[in-house]
Design a binder for this molecule. Structure first.
Ligand SMILES: [Fe+2]
Ligand SMILES: [Fe+2]
Length: 272
């Protein structure tokens, strides 16, 4: 039986009627993502939930979380989330206090058992900073959870990636203290993967035996500028979500598809 989830990241919702940086209609982008997922779900087998990997809002205000929830209400899937650097824990916790995965205090760490694998959500938000830090409690949570799941495949979800994407303006603000986390993941008895957001584009790398994958945002992308010293700039490339499914077959495992959001011409049979 196939199990999987949809990764939604960096939705950056602001107050109704406003644009991020004067250009990006993030609410419209999230509505488009929700409509895309709902339309395609009948074609996708085994999707249990969505996982939102941070930057739900742009400033972490109660009004922004209310706006985020009003759009996500239309999603035909349950969802869980971790915060990003643009979130604020107290307003996020208040807005989601009814969610069974939301702890009543402290960082927002959780684990979700999908049967074929587990996803461990780790909160890397350091309030007041854009870069990420994994607190001691988070490292302990990871260690305890990996020990408990034995040789089951482990997928760690964070907002901030530890891998460098080769975009100096973004790499400066990644997860600064992830080496111990990667080492602990590398020592896990089962397959491992790290999924993140924050960089607003699809990038994949490898650190030791840990495949590291960064998912594209639903809204604006960050310009692919590889020059040292360049400032980050946004571009209105198509938004996307990432479908992760566990295929229990040789040559498979966790298979991840980046799906652009929106409606496109087709489908048509190969042979007309
Ligand atoms: Fe972001
Ligand atoms: Fe971020």
């Amino acid at each position: 039986m196939i199990h999987g989830f949809i990764q939604i990241t960096d939705t950056h919702i602001v107050a109704p009627g406003t644009l991020v940086s004067g250009h990006s209609d993030t609410a419209q982008a999230l509505r488009r993502a929700v409509e895309t997922i709902n339309a395609k779900l009948p074609l996708w087998e085994g999707i249990d939930c969505a996982i939102v990997t941070g930057d739900l809002t742009d400033h972490g205000t109660p009004e922004e979380y209310a706006h985020f929830l009003s759009i996500m209400d239309d999603l035909a899937l349950p969802w869980i989330a971790i915060p990003g650097n643009h979130d604020q824990r107290a307003p996020m916790r208040a807005a989601l206090s009814d969610a069974p995965w939301m702890p009543s205090t402290g960082p927002v760490h959780w684990v979700r058992d999908f049967g074929a694998f587990s996803v461990i959500g780790l909160d890397t938000l350091l309030e007041g900073a854009h870069h990420g830090m994994l607190c001691e409690e988070g490292m302990d949570f990871l260690d305890t959870t990996l020990t408990a799941i034995g040789d089951q495949p482990a997928i760690v979800a964070t907002h901030h990636p530890f891998m460098h994407a080769g975009l100096p303006a973004m790499d400066a603000d990644n997860l600064r203290n992830g080496a111990a986390m990667i080492a602990r993941l590398g020592a896990h008895r089962g397959p491992v993967r790290m999924l993140s957001g924050h960089v607003h584009r699809a990038v994949t790398g490898q650190i030791g035996r840990v495949t590291c994958q960064i998912a594209p945002a639903t809204c604006h992308a960050v310009l692919t500028d590889h020059r040292t010293g360049s400032a980050p700039q946004l571009v209105l490339e198509p938004g996307a979500v990432t479908v992760h499914r566990w295929l229990d077959q040789p040559g498979a495992g966790l298979v991840s598809e980046v799906i652009p959001t929106g409606l496109f011409p087709g489908p048509w049979p190969f042979e007309a």
